[in-house]
Design a protein around this ligand. Structure first.
Ligand code: ZN
Length: 270
């Protein structure tokens, strides 16, 4: 005789801080206890962090690397359509940080959209598209390239406009060099220098870092930990964030071949 077992997954809500009676509406399944926060509560949050580079049409001479890093504007809009239709809400790393540290509520289906390197299409294509959809993004800026006022990268006045428009303008260091094997002074220059430039030009403080090419070592982590950097993202794949992985946060890589179906499987995977 066949017996069918129905297994009901019971998800326990453990995110609320002591004395906080609010329920975790709409996102209970993705929040669990993991590690201590300032209030002693252990939290883990599942938030997909999408990693984009170029959002543009490919130049005729595009090589394999450029193809890998480029999503066309049409495909990007298809991604935004999908996120909208599926009820995703874009949040910032500050929202995620607050959810982990103090148990503050996240909207249903939170997602963070990140854009590395400060290409000019982030201002000309991504910024208006995000505003049209009512979304926000986190842009990791190579501040020496903004200083250089190059036509192919966002400049400070564009960065200021994006910050004023509700986007998070964050650090991708000053010069986008490999941070491994560096000494203290070099790391402070690259990291703190970029945060100071962002604050000076946007009028807002920045506390989030993206490691250039995802590279870092123990010394990098030590110095980052001493600076006013609240969270740092890698290029490692994953969707879970805990109170103790604040400087090694995983992301989901988007490339030219990631269609809406590919996006869906990334968002729903591990
Ligand atoms: Zn980069």
């Amino acid at each position: 005789m066949l017996r069918k077992w129905i297994v009901l997954a019971v998800v326990t809500i453990l995110v609320s801080a002591p004395g906080d009676s609010r329920a975790v509406a709409g996102f209970a399944a993705d929040v669990q206890r993991a590690a201590p926060a300032w209030d002693g509560t252990l939290r883990r949050v599942r938030v997909p962090v999408l990693m984009y580079h170029y959002v543009s049409y490919l130049p005729a001479d595009a090589d394999d690397i450029r193809r890998e890093l480029t999503v066309t504007p049409d495909l990007f809009r298809a991604h935004l359509d999908y996120l909208k239709e599926q009820g995703y809400s874009t949040i910032s790393f500050y929202d995620l940080d607050a959810a982990l540290l103090s148990g503050s509520l996240l909207p249903p289906r939170p997602v963070i959209l990140t854009f590395d390197d400060g290409y000019i299409d982030h201002y000309t294509t991504v910024f208006p598209a995000l505003r049209e959809y009512g979304f926000t993004g986190t842009f990791f800026i190579i501040t020496a390239l903004a200083d250089a006022n190059r036509a192919d990268y966002v400049n400070w006045s564009q960065i200021r406009e994006m910050a004023d428009g509700g986007m998070s303008m964050e650090s991708h260091t000053k010069n986008h060099v490999d941070l491994r094997g560096r000494d203290y002074d070099f790391l402070v220059y690259e990291l703190l220098g970029s945060l100071e430039s962002l604050a000076a030009y946007t009028g807002q403080t920045s506390h989030i870092l993206s490691y250039p090419v995802g590279h870092y070592d123990e010394m990098t982590l030590q110095v980052v930990g001493q600076l006013p950097i609240w969270r740092a993202v890698t290029t490692q794949r994953g969707v879970l964030h805990t109170t103790d992985n604040r400087l090694e946060m995983p992301r989901l890589r988007i490339n030219g071949g990631t269609g809406a179906a590919g996006l869906a499987s990334l968002l729903n995977g591990n």
